[in-house]
Design a protein around this ligand. Structure first.
Ligand code: ADP
Ligand code: ZN
Length: 219
């Protein structure tokens, strides 16, 4: 099964992808995680992408497409994948279609999460992530705080804040989302594979709730 997570930063794409990955036993691939790992390990790729990520701009298509396509060719992708953060531009979406059709595969569902902009900023600023790369559980200091400050409930490792999770960079990330990523919502809607979910405190529905609705539907 091939699932795509769509939505602005802070909607809960990573949370939903993480839960679906465990429950459906399909690996999740996050383009942002691949880039952050490369930056942390100071690889060539890390050096190329760090400037864009620090500013909240998108990494150029050519490089992003190359990185993701090579990840998608790895053997663990055979039974499917949940793509979190890719595609993010029309060029990436078109390239992905071409890549999958060459492999005789297709996207089963595009899960589009929608949250009011004012909630997104507040959420991202309060987001904390488990530093254990096998865990990566996401907490929120206001909505879903860890039981012990700074420590992951699940694995006991330290929680960290992403460098780009501050208001200034987040505003740039939102601008790139609305300008460059939002158009692919219609691209997938026109193909009839888009499902949109409102994720908002106002209706008391968070990423975890959407994930649970989806599990019963997809299992
Ligand atoms: P979020 O959705 O919260 O912004 P991600 O972890 O998906 O976080 O992405 C972090 C950053 O990595 C983005 O701001 C962008 O700079 C870069 N990035 C991730 N995925 C892509 C992509 N598909 N195309 C271009 N840049 C990307
Ligand atoms: Zn953890």
């Amino acid at each position: 099964m091939i699932l795509i997570m769509l939505g602005a930063p802070g909607t809960g794409k990573g949370t939903v992808a993480g839960i679906l990955s465990k429950e459906l036993n399909i690996p999740a691939v996050s383009s942002g995680d691949i880039f952050r790992k490369a930056i942390q390990e100071k690889t060539e790729l890390g050096k190329e992408v760090s400037g864009y990520i620090e500013k909240g701009a998108l990494v150029p298509d050519e490089l992003t497409i190359k990185v993701i396509e090579s990840r998608l060719k790895e053997p663990d992708m055979e039974n499917g994948v949940i793509l979190d953060g890719y595609p993010r531009t029309t060029a990436q979406a078109e390239k992905l279609d071409k890549f999958l059709s060459e492999e005789g595969k297709k996207i089963d569902k595009v899960i589009n999460l929608e949250t009011p902009r004012d909630e997104l900023i507040e959420r991202v600023v309060n987001r904390r992530i488990c530093s254990n790369s096998d865990c990566k559980t996401i907490f929120n200091l206001k909505l879903n705080p860890p039981k012990v400050e700074g420590i992951c409930d699940k694995c006991g490792k330290e929680l960290i804040q992403r460098k780009d999770d501050n208001e200034e960079v987040m505003n740039n990330r939102l601008d790139s989302y609305f300008k460059e990523t939002a158009p692919i919502v219609d691209f997938y809607k026109n193909k009839g594979i888009l499902s949109s979910y409102e994720v908002s405190q106002r209706i008391n529905r968070m990423g975890v709730d959407v994930a649970h609705e989806l599990i019963s539907e997809l299992k």
